[in-house]
Ligand binder design. Sequence first.
Ligand SMILES: [Zn+2]
Length: 119
Amino acid sequence: MKVLCPGCGYIADKLPPTHKCPKCGEFSIDWLIYDWESFALINRQHIKYNLIIIGIVLINLLAAVTLKSTDAFQWLFNLLFIPAMISLLYCRRQLGRKSEYKGHKGGAMLPWFIGFGGL
Ligand SMILES: [Zn+2]
């Protein structure tokens, strides 16, 4: 797995053990992962998750409308459509920008709904 120095853009085959860039000499804990294939794979996975969420929301919305639901939670659940749609569009845009790809952060690649673990 290749990594990219956030300071000067130097690409190394593996993370220097000291986290010190051999080119610009800068120490950084924020080395980016430079691997388009894994980045694209993660984005495609997120798109799949988001499509599933959007599908569930639409079914739930249809059920809520059909049954004239008065359950507040059932209506609030539909709000998940918004982050799912934003994330979906964002991931699609990322996938279309291979030429502008400049590495990605490992931790930033978790899907947005991880924070909704209680649901
Ligand atoms: Zn550097």
